[in-house]
Design a protein around this ligand. Structure first.
Ligand code: UDP
Length: 206
């Protein structure tokens, strides 16, 4: 799980999401708000954006080749395929076992699930947005018990070049959210989660 403020607050409204976070094997601080919370609690913490964790996993899988098949699932039609092609170019040894866009019809879903069970990938990257991807993973991860399943949000869009990430000076100062707001201003309501979460973190400290 790549936890950020928005997800943590959503978990209050969606108990299933809360249970998934609680039951995850690994929860990393994806967002600035979670890092602030952990630091206020006296934990040494550093932001680890999900996109970077996923990229590290792909780099390792690229080294391990056929022993580490990966699946790209999510995004608009063609986006995961473009992202996969870029990764394949970078790591020719990377075994990309399946690519699936994120707008499957209910009729097409069983075929994809069957394919997953057959392939038994070692990494399944799911980019459907929060909380859809977390709920989907929780529902289907039993199909490939050996795999690392990770919700990657809009990472395929970034890798495919459909969207861009904040410049590193913003990322390094925990300000990636500001760039996101600039790039996608219609998200402002969703992004109120960050100050709301930060405020609650500060209050809970006292
Ligand atoms: N998406 C998808 N299927 C859906 C809804 C969304 O594949 O039914 C994709 C969408 O195309 C985008 C990603 O999910 O690539 C969500 O990206 P966003 O940056 O909003 O992720 P979040 O901020 O929720 O992590």
């Amino acid at each position: 799980m790549t936890l950020n403020a928005e997800m943590a607050l959503q978990a209050e409204q969606i108990p299933a999401l809360g249970a998934i976070i609680q039951g995850a094997e690994l929860v990393i601080p994806d967002g600035a708000g979670v890092v602030l919370y952990l630091r206020l609690k006296g934990e040494r913490s550093q932001r680890c954006p999900g996109i970077e964790l996923a990229a590290s996993l792909l780099a390792k899988a690229g080294e391990l080749g056929g022993d580490y098949p990966v699946v790209f699932y999510g995004g608009a039609v063609g986006v995961a395929a473009t992202a996969a092609a870029k990764w394949q170019e970078k790591y020719p040894g990377l075994a990309i076992a399946a690519i699936q866009h994120g707008y499957l019809t209910p009729e097409d879903t069983p075929d994809f699930l069957e394919q997953l069970a057959l392939i038994q990938p070692k990494i399944v990257l799911v980019g459907l947005g929060v909380p859809r991807q977390e709920l989907w993973i929780a529902q289907h991860r039993h199909l490939c018990p050996q795999a690392i399943w990770i919700g990657v949000g809009g990472s395929f869009d970034i890798w495919a070049g459909v969207k861009t990430r904040a410049p590193s000076w913003l990322r390094d100062n925990n300000l990636e959210w500001l760039y996101r707001l600039y790039q996608e201003p219609w998200r402002w309501k969703r992004m109120l989660a960050l100050p709301k979460f930060a405020l609650r973190a500060l209050i809970s400290k006292n």
